[in-house]
Write a protein that binds this ligand. Structure first.
Ligand code: FAD
Ligand code: DHB
Length: 389
């Protein structure tokens, strides 16, 4: 097989990139390790920045998002019984959109199907070759056959556990990491959301987040121990714990019901540099991970895709490699600011096992400063709605 850009990974990054390239007349192939049903069954992010919404519009897949996405003009932070609202529109003029990553992915696959774009699912042993030459290629096996794709470039959109990043020589790759001493237990339930906006709660029992997908589908999270197993948490225990972590005025509005999904995610900050090596470009979780506090994972993947699309368009349509040469530095300049924000939101709102009274006072002072300072709330809102591309 032959293509211009071989895209490893059929998650949101790979799919969005393929559609943007297609719009510019650039040919690509998407290779995905899982089945489509598996990819569409994963419950992940829920809050979209305008940058990602704009990219969905650019590739003509925003009809359902425009109809079903819920605009949020602000969010609530709480500390025990104290509540503080951050008004995005007042500070930035911009709302965020609540619309699940599952729906984003479904819309992208549907658009690719309409356009007759092929995804190769259930590929195994994906291996990248000759990335530092002018003639890279990708090989994989499927159903016992080995296939080779010759290409001009490889886009590594294969998430944190993919092969792309591992194809960069260890002597070149620099990694930066923080692993947090807790996880998030999340549930999805077919119940009305507790409040019209999200609630990020810091309590003496740990963090909790009240989110939603639509008027009859709620998403809730509680900070949990890394040793906890999903089976340890009955629905009843989850609802009980959630109620104890949020202000009582909100707890009074909680409608409980059976969970339809329950999962635990560990929290990690991670960045690798550079994000380009030879003819390989990394996008999204393949290059960086943020803890979910602040909803930045999917959104920063979209920003990388935007920069890479611009770089490849410049190469193919304008004969300029300036975008390719600056891709890593441009993407990383935004990534590090998003890493900082996600780390800060996580530090502000969680209870850490080794936290002492001084650390608690620091969290309280930070929240008090947010309450009193227009500039501090503005800084939070600016980061939450998304830094410009
Ligand atoms: P992915 O979505 O990981 O997609 C990569 C794709 O590549 C996958 O489909 C994978 O199957 C495929 N792949 C992997 N290896 C190979 C290979 N060798 N060959 C071919 N294909 C391969 N972000 C938030 O903002 N809020 C959240 O609540 C949130 N929750 C999350 C929960 C979990 C459990 C995880 C893992 C992430 C969560 N995130 C969340 C982060 C967010 O979902 C990611 O940032 C986003 O999915 C990144 O998209 P991506 O396309 O770069 O990577
Ligand atoms: C959701 C996840 C987040 O990490 C976040 O900050 C906000 C919302 C969600 O899944 O709805």
């Amino acid at each position: 097989m032959k293509t211009q850009v071989a895209i490893i990974g059929g998650g949101p990054s790979g799919l969005l990139l393929s559609l943007l390239l297609q719009k510019a007349g650039i040919d690509s192939v998407v290779l995905e390790r899982q089945t489509k049903e598996h990819v569409l069954g994963r419950i992940r992010a829920g809050v979209l920045e305008q940058g990602l919404v704009g990219l969905m519009r650019d590739v003509g897949v925003a009809d359902r998002l425009d109809k079903e996405g819920i605009l949020h003009d602000g969010t609530v932070l709480s500390y025990g019984e104290d509540r503080l609202r951050i008004d995005f529109r007042e500070h930035t003029g911009t709302p965020v959109v609540v619309y699940g990553q599952t729906e984003v992915t479904r819309d992208l696959y549907d658009a690719r199907d309409r356009l007759g774009m092929d995804t190769v699912f259930e590929v195994e042993d994906v291996t990248l070759h000759d990335l530092d030459s002018d003639a890279p290629s990708v090989s994989f096996t499927k159903g016992g056959d080995t296939v080779r794709i010759d290409c001009d470039f490889v886009a590594g959109c294969d998430g944190f556990h993919g092969v792309s990043r591992k194809s960069i020589p260890a002597s070149v790759l620099r990694e930066y990491e923080r692993v947090y001493p807790f996880g998030w237990l999340g549930i999805l339930s077919e119940t009305p959301p507790i409040h019209e906006e999200l609630i990020y709660a810091n309590s003496d029992r740990g963090f909790a987040l009240c989110s939603m997908r639509n008027p009859m589908l709620s998403r809730y999270y509680v900070q949990c121990s890394l040793s906890d197993k999903v089976e340890d948490w009955s629905d009843e225990a989850f609802w009980d714990e959630l109620k104890r972590r949020i202000p009582s005025v909100d707890a009074a509005n909680l409608v409980t019901g059976p969970s339809i999904e329950k999962s635990i995610a560990p929290l990690r900050s991670y960045v690798c540099e550079p994000m380009r090596w030879g003819r390989l470009f990394l996008c999204g979780d393949a290059a960086h991970i943020v803890p979910p506090t602040g909803a930045k994972g999917l959104n920063s993947a979209a920003a990388d895709v935007h920069y890479l699309n611009e770089a490849l368009r410049d190469h193919y349509l304008n004969g300029s490699d300036a975008g390719i040469d600056s891709y890593s530095a441009r993407a990383l300049a935004r990534v590090w600011k998003v890493e900082r924000f996600s780390w800060w939101m996580t530090s502000l709102l969680h209870r850490f096992p080794d936290q002492n009274d001084f650390d608690l006072k620091m969290q309280q002072a930070e929240l008090a400063f947010l309450r009193e300072s227009d500039a501090a709330r503005s800084a939070l809102a600016t980061n939450y709605v998304g830094l410009p591309y």
